[in-house]
Design a protein around this ligand. Structure first.
Ligand code: ADP
Length: 499
């Protein structure tokens, strides 16, 4: 099969969160299964050329219309993570991709509309047949209606697959934003097309992808069910219900090479699930020591609990704060690595950081810091993930691999991956963390988890080992995506010839 992904992120070179990791993990695994996988992302100026192997200008230089002007574009190509990556460079006067970060700019919407259109212009020029065009998030959602309606004659695409990584972000614009790209915006302002279900003058890009794609996936089975309800549906539940036959949930994996405590270059003491519990405990203590020295934390206190997260309402920042206070009272250490795109939340946590400056039981780092994230996962006893909703969540999977027990709100992918230590309805061997449902139960679940470590270290250690042994690789998820692709390209199931 010829599979093309179009996305805003590709880890590690262009990663802002889970999306980039998922695109890379899936594409790499598909390519290992001998599929021909290509990915198109923007050529962000912050990506250093030396990270791109065999970087070359493709022969494609092409214009893309925006605001009555044609802008020149160049496609670059490079080999990254065993995948063929195409990087779109544009000399659009807004300098869309010439910024220090991927998101967070007032023209993000115009930027990704332009990227979506230009990526398709490039594929049109190449003129090759595409079996699967796999789109991710609202950033590239416009491609679905464009492929099916505006460019149907010029592009040979068998099937469009769209993955919802987070339904909360939908990408809304007005018809003239599409007019500006030479696409008739008014045509799409209809309930059966892109018209927003709440604001009738607005176009909703994510809705467009749900309507026009041949298949829709989201990143866990539970979230696939939840988004059909008003509570989780973000006003798109009706559209999703109408397209339910196309929807399925496929749980994410994690990049087991990037997240490997036995080789991780960012951590001091290495360990793996094959080590004895004593060796694991010693390594984790040595990793605690690094952070204790660097940030003045108290080595004698237990447990060490923390979170590596975007600080947005979804992630339950108020519950993280409550847990921080509870941990101090319980003689533990709380570590928070996070940053917020929302000023009021960022300011709130800055004030909290000031309040706990030099406190031996608190570390609050309000940045995006990849090496520190690895060091924290490798040192903690528990991670807390109190999300109000969670499409899949990667941090619980990463934590488990580093022998860090997840304490999670039982929702979405967290519900699919973390089973409670005390849940007698599931086999002992499957229990790998602690869960709670209602925010009011937060302190009770923390108390339960802390007590296990304090009073029954043997059971705590067995839990740690079980968590480390969980298979969170991309093998199963990539096989499920491949199965889905094959339902759209059935002849690829058959060997071309047999020997
Ligand atoms: P989301 O994509 O909703 O932010 P996920 O749990 O799916 O949440 O993925 C988050 C990813 O981003 C994880 O790899 C996590 O380690 C990483 N991450 C989140 N915040 C930070 C941060 N402040 N510094 C470093 N890595 C972070």
């Amino acid at each position: 099969m010829r599979i093309i992904h179009i996305a805003a992120e590709f880890a590690p070179i262009a990663k802002a969160g889970g999306l980039g990791e998922v695109v890379t993990g899936l594409c790499r695994q598909l390519s290992l299964q001998h599929e021909e996988v290509e990915i198109i992302i923007p050529k962000y100026s912050f990506i250093p050329d030396h990270l791109l192997q065999n970087l070359a200008k493709e022969k494609f230089e092409f214009p893309c219309l925006e605001a009555s002007r044609f802008h020149a574009n160049t496609m670059w190509s490079a080999k990254v993570e065993n995948c063929q990556l195409h990087l779109l460079e544009t000399d659009h006067p807004s300098g869309y991709f010439q910024r220090p970060q991927i998101y967070g700019y007032p023209d993000d919407l115009a930027k990704f509309l332009y990227f979506s259109k230009a990526a398709l212009e490039y594929l049109k020029l190449r003129g090759e047949k595409i079996d699967i065009l796999h789109l991710h998030e609202w950033h590239t959602a416009l491609c679905a209606p464009l492929v099916k309606e505006e460019m149907a004659q010029q592009l040979q695409v068998r099937s469009v697959i769209f993955t919802i990584h987070n339904l909360e972000y939908q990408g809304k614009c007005v018809p003239k934003d599409l007019d500006s790209l030479g696409v008739p915006g008014k045509k799409y302002l209809q309930p059966s097309r892109l018209q927003d279900n709440v604001h009738p003058d607005t176009l909703n890009l994510l809705k467009g992808a749900i309507v026009y794609s041949d298949a829709i996936t989201t990143v866990s089975p539970t979230y696939a069910q939840e988004i059909l309800t008003p509570h989780f549906g973000c006003h798109l539940q009706q559209t999703l219900l109408q397209n339910k036959q196309k929807l399925q949930g496929i749980l994410n994996g994690i990049d087991q090479k990037l997240w490997d405590p036995s080789k991780d270059p960012s951590i001091k003491a290495h360990f793996s699930a094959d080590d004895s519990l004593m060796q694991i405990e010693q390594a984790k203590t040595a990793n605690k020591m690094v952070l204790a020295k660097k940030f003045g934390l108290d080595m004698a206190k237990r447990p060490w609990i923390g979170a590596v997260t975007r600080l947005v309402p979804q992630k339950g920042p108020e519950l993280l704060e409550e847990a921080l206070h509870y941990t101090i009272q319980s003689e533990g250490v709380f570590l928070l690595l996070g940053s917020s795109p929302i000023d009021s939340i960022q300011e709130h946590f800055e004030a909290l950081k000031k309040r706990y400056k030099d406190h031996p039981q608190v570390l609050i780092q309000l940045d995006y810091d990849e090496p520190l994230a690895h060091q924290i996962y490798a040192a903690l006893d528990f991670t807390l993930i109190p999300s109000h909703f969670e499409p899949c969540g990667l941090t619980q999977l990463i934590s488990m691999r580093y022998g860090t027990i997840p304490i999670v709100r039982s929702t979405g992918g967290l519900k699919d991956t973390v089973l409670d230590y005390d849940d007698y309805k599931v086999p002992n061997a499957s229990r790998n963390g602690f869960t709670f449902s209602n925010p009011k139960e937060l302190q009770a679940v923390l108390q339960r988890a802390f007590a296990l470590q304090k009073k029954d270290l043997d059971s705590f250690h067995s839990l740690m080992k079980r968590a480390m042994q969980r298979d969170s690789s991309w093998k199963k998820p990539a096989a499920a995506y491949r199965q889905l692709y094959l339902t759209h390209v059935p002849e690829a199931r058959q060997p071309l010839y047999s020997i």
